[in-house]
Design a binder for this molecule. Structure first.
Ligand SMILES: Nc1nc2c(c(=O)[nH]1)N[C@H]1C(S)=C(S)[C@@H](COP(=O)(O)OP(=O)(O)OC[C@H]3O[C@@H](n4cnc5c(=O)[nH]c(N)nc54)[C@H](O)[C@@H]3O)O[C@H]1N2
Ligand SMILES: Nc1nc2c(c(=O)[nH]1)N[C@H]1C(S)=C(S)[C@@H](COP(=O)(O)OP(=O)(O)OC[C@H]3O[C@@H](n4cnc5c(=O)[nH]c(N)nc54)[C@H](O)[C@@H]3O)O[C@H]1N2
Ligand code: SF4
Ligand SMILES: [Mo]
Length: 897
């Protein structure tokens, strides 16, 4: 068997993977231009997330298992009924940047082309819509001009609102490698939080939340005042830039004033402004810290303006760079998945574009007005205006703002259809019709990464159960609706060819997105397609397929996709104040990602390796704030906003500014009692893009009083005693649940709750019942293990999980006190601390031992204990430990073998 090449289903870096033909192992694809063989920890744990245990395997209609024929007929029937009764505006699709381009194209074609509704929007509204709006406003098209190599070539790399070390780890590794080669390269990180990314920077501007808008307005003014303008470029390629610069100069004030507003010192700010002014070769990467803001489009535009006035667009090592989050955020933009777009980067409110697409699809039903953007779409569901919604490849009950309202909206909606690949999500629980989608490894198609590179995802596994690729599900429904002629696709290649042909249709260089050259690929050529960056216009098609070049950079000639070819400079609104807090909600909550989890954990939550790095929902707080609020490390805390509540653990984090807090977005009702962070977020959106301001949520914090903390390890899901907090994770054969509460829990409580599968109990309880440990054994050995104490029980989890399994085989050889304590009898494994290296299972204590033994560089730590030697995702953390703990005088003989 030849090895199969495919693309990672997680982040927008779009790394290539290769299924090794001999070992069947999934490895980094050394030939993929994005990663050259590297993978991050999520990519290298992919094999652990496959398999059918947690999968949705058969359609269900109104709770009952159904055949595909019945399920798709029901979807069609309910759609038709709704359309007939309430018109096209009463139906909606809510889709995702995790669909493949082919799936996405078909979904968009069905609703916009044949159902006559523009109510299709995507989770990219929560993610990239600000960048899209800024690109379209300024460049006239949604064009990302640069590529990854630019970060390696640049003399100055500015990362703003990006925690790249954790969120785009392989690009970050490339950046770090370039920095090692050329130490003179400068990296500036702009982030209100001291992240692992910030720790690697030459300069970290720890700005006040949301103040990028002031910072970049000030930078534009500074470039004007300090003679740093590319006069010729401005004159030839932009409209209205001088007015814009003058306006910035008029309002920004002097450097000290700008710095004061942004929460910085004048020296820090001057250092950054000077460096930017002097460095022609500059890349500014922006991500969710910029996009997820109530003034996101304006601040993203300002970043583009700073690059335009210095002529730094689309040149090697010199470009603005909006880095995308999801694996196919770009593909979704290409097919027009946003409510205000049409297919192939065309606009729905453009008559010519509508005519062109209508003619191409042979349909006269195209809607004339944009549809509802995500937040408004779900508001219309809540108001009863939308009566049918089909949700595909996204989990809006977790990821949308005001998520408690979303639950109510869906619970009250007449028809909710959800296509997902797993059996249980917060959203699926509300579906009338559940449709099992093929998952990564089973699907065929294409995705486009952050640098416009189209790569194939290839199937290497058979379909699980009755799951089908999303495009097939949609096409079957289309057929039932009577549109079979327009959805008569036999394979993903059929759809891709159509999509490519539309991009080139009457294009002639008038639209940025053109992959016309790929419209004639044969099925075999599509199967063999190697990664290629768009545009690939049709005139390249005369060359043999293998010689197609693609385009690494765009817009370098200063010709934009506007009427006169010049960049538009649109005035921006500069907010007078950014403070979102008040007396009731005095903290600013920032939300985002952690290293080892992906979004709502439906897939990364299946890997025990990935659960070890950070295993519970938390709120990160400045230690001084914690002291003031009487919140201790690990305490249970209620985080409340005007919209809702969460109950999570407190984590001290000195890198968190006083008055601010950070929570991860990952935990939800499937994994914790009350940790859905979307419940806290208000529906405050950017006025142009409709993207929610997830990074600045006003909240209050309160310690939750609990009398006990407990840990339950069980083989099968068990009922829990009354509690104030729980969170659970799957660790191989075991489910680990952490709990805290006030209601008394005694031995009897446990026996009553869990007696069903247990034949023998081994237990210890102290006199006042505060400390309790028990082991329940059944026919197949250990069934459950429980510890309760006034403080969180300290155990050696890895050892205990192994010991519980071993105890099955040799019950007598295990030391029972050790097993009950959860700590090995010989005490050799001491508290290991957090897992640092997920690939080689190396805990902080081991890394510290290596450092103590004299390893003073990442590489030495690696050769001593293997940490950081596989995917490299933990290298920033090893560097931090090294920086915090100056090693003893290097005694190489001790540390390295
Ligand atoms: N491990 C992991 N990686 C992922 C994902 C995942 O779920 N897990 N998801 C993927 C997706 S879809 C996306 S969109 C990307 C997101 O990638 P990123 O945008 O890098 O990730 P976030 O953690 O959302 O936020 C980035 C940073 O913005 C900072 N920030 C908050 N407020 C401000 C502000 O006012 N100004 C500035 N300058 N910064 C601010 C936050 O502190 C945070 O460190 O990650 C992708 N990669
Ligand atoms: N507070 C706050 N909220 C946020 C953010 C934030 O930073 N802060 N970030 C926002 C951003 S940038 C994003 S991208 C969103 C992400 O939020 P979501 O899109 O809601 O999160 P996912 O867990 O990725 O949901 C994807 C779903 O699709 C399923 N799935 C996977 N593959 C397939 C497939 O091939 N077909 C089908 N049909 N289903 C599939 C998965 O099992 C999962 O249930 O969250 C947004 N929400
Ligand atoms: S950086 Fe990691 S998550 Fe992103 S595509 Fe590469 S392997 Fe996948
Ligand atoms: Mo995203």
């Amino acid at each position: 068997m030849n090895s199969i090449r495919t693309t990672c289903p997680y982040c927008g870096v779009g790394c290539g993977l290769q299924m090794d033909s001999k070992s069947s192992e999934l490895l980094g694809d050394t030939q993929h231009p994005a990663n050259g063989g590297r993978l991050c920890v999520k990519g290298s744990a992919l094999a652990e997330t496959l398999g059918s245990q947690s999968r949705l395997l058969q359609p269900r209609v109104d709770g009952l298992l159904a055949s595909w024929d019945h399920a798709t007929s029901e979807v069609a029937k309910r759609l038709e009924k709704t359309l007939k009764r309430y018109g096209p505006e009463s139906v909606a699709f809510y889709v995702s940047g995790q669909l493949l381009t082919e799936d996405y194209y078909v979904a968009n074609k069905l609703i916009k082309g044949f159902l006559g509704s523009a109510n299709i929007d995507t989770n990219s509204r929560l993610c990239m819509s600000t960048a899209v709006a800024a690109h379209k406003r300024v460049f006239g098209s949604d064009t990302v001009p640069g590529c990854y190599e630019d970060l390696e070539l640049a003399d100055l790399v500015v990362l703003t609102g990006s925690n790249m070390a954790w969120t785009h780890p392989v690009v970050f590794q490339r950046l770090m490698a370039a920095k090692q080669q050329r130490p003179e390269m400068t990296i500036v990180v702009i982030d209100p939080r001291r992240t692992v990314t910030a720790e690697q920077a030459d300069l970290h501007l720890q700005i006040a939340p949301g103040s990028d808008v002031w910072l970049f307005d000030g930078l534009l003014a500074y470039l004007g005042t300090h003679d740093a303008l590319d006069r010729q470029y401005i004159d030839q390629h932009t409209n209205g830039m001088d007015d814009m610069i003058a306006a910035s100069q008029a309002r920004s004030g002097n450097l000290g004033e700008i710095a004061g507003r942004c929460g910085l010192t004048a020296e820090e700010l001057a250092a950054f402004y000077q460096k930017f002014a002097q460095t022609q070769s500059t890349v500014t990467v922006f991500s969710q810290g910029i996009n997820q803001s109530a003034h996101g489009v304006d601040q993203a535009s300002l970043i583009l303006y700073c690059h335009l006035v210095t002529g730094r667009v689309g040149k090697p090592g010199s470009s603005p760079f909006s880095i995308t989050g999801q694996p196919n955020a770009m593909g979704g933009r290409e097919v027009g998945g946003l409510a205000n777009m049409l297919a192939a980067h065309m606009d729905i409110d453009n008559t010519e574009h509508r005519a062109l697409v209508g003619e191409f699809w042979r349909s006269d039903k195209l809607p004339e007005k944009p549809g509802l953007k995500a937040v408004d779409m779900f508001r219309a569901v809540a108001d009863g205006k939308i009566k049918f919604i089909w949700i595909m490849a996204t989990n809006p009950v977790v990821s949308l703002p005001e998520s408690d309202t979303i639950i109510r909206a869906l619970a009250g909606c007449d028809h909710v259809v959800v296509s997902d690949c797993v059996a249980d999500t917060d959203t699926l629980r509300l579906a009338h019709i559940q449709l099992p989608a093929a998952a990564w490894g089973e699907k065929n198609g294409t995705v486009t990464n952050s640098e416009r590179c189209i790569s194939r995802q290839r199937a290497f596994l058979p379909l699980s159960g009755q799951a089908l690729p999303d495009w097939q599900i949609i096409s079957r429904v289309a057929e039932k609706l009577g549109y079979g002629h327009a959805f008569d696709y036999h394979c993903a290649a059929d759809i891709f060819r159509e999509h490519a042909a539309l991009s080139g249709h009457q294009n002639n260089g008038s639209r940025d997105f053109d992959i016309g050259a790929l419209a004639t690929l044969s099925n075999a050529e599509y199967d063999q397609l190697t990664p290629i960056q768009w545009p690939v216009p049709a005139h390249q098609a005369s060359v043999f397929l293998t010689q197609l070049q693609g385009t690494s950079r765009m817009l370098a000639d200063g010709r934009f996709f506007t009427r006169d070819g010049r960049a538009n400079v649109v005035p921006v609104n500069i907010p007078a104040t950014l403070d979102v807090t008040d007396v009731d909600f005095p903290f600013v909550l920032n939300t985002g990602r952690i290293r080892d989890q992906w979004h709502t954990m439906t897939r990364t939550g299946l890997s025990s390796r990935l659960q070890r790095h950070i295993s519970e929902p938390f709120v990160e707080l400045n230690p001084e704030d914690m002291a003031e609020l009487n919140i201790t490390d690990g305490a249970i805390v209620r985080v409340s906003s005007a919209q809702g509540n969460c109950v999570v653990r407190a984590r001290p984090q000195p890198g968190q500014k006083a008055g601010s807090a950070f929570m991860p977005i990952h935990w939800n009702d499937c994994f914790a009692s009350q940790a859905r962070v979307g419940a806290l977020a208000p529906s405050r959106v950017d006025p142009f893009s409709g993207q929610p301001a997830f990074k600045q949520i006003p909240v209050m914090l309160q310690a939750v009083e609990v009398d006990w903390y407990a840990l339950l390890i069980t083989r099968t899901e068990q009922p829990l005693p009354e509690n104030k907090y729980w969170s659970r994770r799957q660790m191989g054969d075991w489910q680990v649940v952490t709990l805290a509460g006030t209601e008394p829990v005694s031995m009897n409580t446990c026996r009553t709750l869990w007696g069903e599968h247990v034949t023998a109990w081994t237990e210890v309880e102290d006199d006042d019942g505060e400390h309790l440990r028990l082991l329940g054994t059944g026919e197949n050995g250990a069934q459950l293990w429980f510890a309760k104490a006034p403080q969180p029980p300290q155990i050696d989890e890895s050892w205990l999980l192994d010991a519980l399994l071993a105890e099955d085989a040799a019950a007598t050889s295990m030391s029972m006190p050790a097993l009950l304590l959860g700590i090995p009898a010989d005490q050799s494994a001491q508290q290991a601390g957090p897992l640092v290296c997920s690939c080689h299972n190396v805990y902080q204590s081991t890394v510290m031992a290596a450092i103590d033994a004299g390893c003073d560089e990442v590489e030495k730590v690696g050769s001593c204990c293997r940490a950081g030697t596989n995917c490299g995702s933990c290298i920033p953390e090893i560097k931090r430990l090294l920086a915090e703990n100056q090693p003893a005088e290097a005694e190489e003989a001790v540390c390295c073998h």
